[in-house]
Design a binder for this molecule. Structure first.
Ligand code: AKB
Length: 326
């Protein structure tokens, strides 16, 4: 019989995905059963006050072991990572946090005989040689960023731990994630979040990729659903483990701006591509996520129109209240 997930730890809980995932896990499994951890950034009051919080450094194994023992952790959602744009500025840091961090989490899982581990991957595993449209589950993985290199190696390492040590590790390849709670830090897809905040606040945005740049994306509620549903899936139904393609929608930067203009007609978007253009150009336009649909019932709820309506409703309300934090 499958072991239960009783005491959960989230790494990177102060980050874009981690902050909302932690709250969703606390709601589902109980506040005291979900330990939020971060590196240096102070947690927002909601996260700090709703359950336990500790500072760790995933690149230092002893800091992981200390909290795993203290809270009797049996399940980890390993969200801490250096994203693509910051990774290109500091490749050593990306390697240290992403590779050594993931290795340390897997080793802790093996040593403490944990129930289950979630390690997200990314569309950054793909590269210019990968088919751009409807990118298959099984395809060429030759990324050109350090972030992508660590994500490919991470997927392989996770699958190794499944086969070699019977550690139950799961993960999906997230596209760009769009949300209004916590801003993303240092990714290539960050323009798709910033554009909403700037549209509401200043009615103007200068986008750092070209108008025609198309990438796969996902709204935060679907991102959280993907993590929780994959972790709740029956292990015996999974043929893949750590590398599921998942997607919510695909759009170009120009299509995103046009969707926002339906709500804010005076919004103007300009385009000034920088070094992130090359990264975006090396990633797919759209993904085939049929393996995730077949093996654990993946099905996203939000398309571009539904997501934009929700994002702009929340951000406009905050702007009106004077609480738009950007
Ligand atoms: C990034 O842009 O680096 C991330 C990702 C796609 O993994 N959002």
């Amino acid at each position: 019989m499958a072991k239960e997930m009783k005491k959960i730890m989230v790494t990177g809980s102060v980050g874009q995905i981690g902050s909302e995932l932690t709250m969703a896990l606390r709601e589902k499994y109980g506040n005291d059963n979900v330990l939020a951890t971060g590196h240096r950034t102070q947690p927002k009051p909601e996260l700090r006050d709703s359950g336990p919080f500790e500072f760790i450094n995933v690149a230092k194994r002893e800091t992981i072991d200390e909290v795993v023992k203290k809270y009797d952790i049996d399940t980890i959602y390993h969200l801490s990572a250096i994203l693509s744009a910051v990774g290109e500025k500091n490749p050593y840091l990306a390697w240290d946090v992403n590779m050594n961090g993931t290795y340390n989490i897997l080793e802790a899982a093996r040593e403490f005989d944990m129930t289950r581990i979630f390690v997200p991957s990314s569309i950054a595993v793909f590269g210019p040689e990968t088919p751009l449209d409807n990118t298959p589950q099984e395809t060429i993985l030759k990324p050109k960023t350090m972030y992508g290199v660590t994500k490919v190696a991470g997927e392989l390492l996770c699958d190794y731990y499944v086969k070699r040590f019977d550690v139950d590790v799961r993960g999906c390849r997230y596209p760009g994630i769009i949300s209004y709670e916590t801003l993303p830090g240092g990714g290539t897809t960050d323009y798709a979040v910033a554009i909403y905040f700037e549209a509401v606040k200043n009615k103007k945005y200068t986008c750092f990729v070209k108008e025609e740049t198309m990438l796969p994306m996902m709204y935060m509620p679907d991102c959280i659903k993907a993590a929780i549903d994959l972790m709740e899936a029956d292990f015996s139904q999974l043929k893949h483990h750590s590398d599921f393609n998942v997607t919510g929608m695909s759009f170009s930067a120009g299509e995103l701006a046009a969707e926002i203009q339906k709500h804010i007609p005076e919004f103007v978007c300009e385009y000034e591509p920088d070094f992130r253009q090359d990264i975006a150009d090396s990633w797919p336009n759209s993904l085939d996520d049929s393996a995730a649909r077949e093996e654990w019932g993946w099905s996203p709820s939000f398309d571009l129109a539904a997501m934009s309506e929700d994002m702009l409703k929340v951000l406009s309300q905050r702007h009106a209240d004077g609480t738009l934090d950007y």
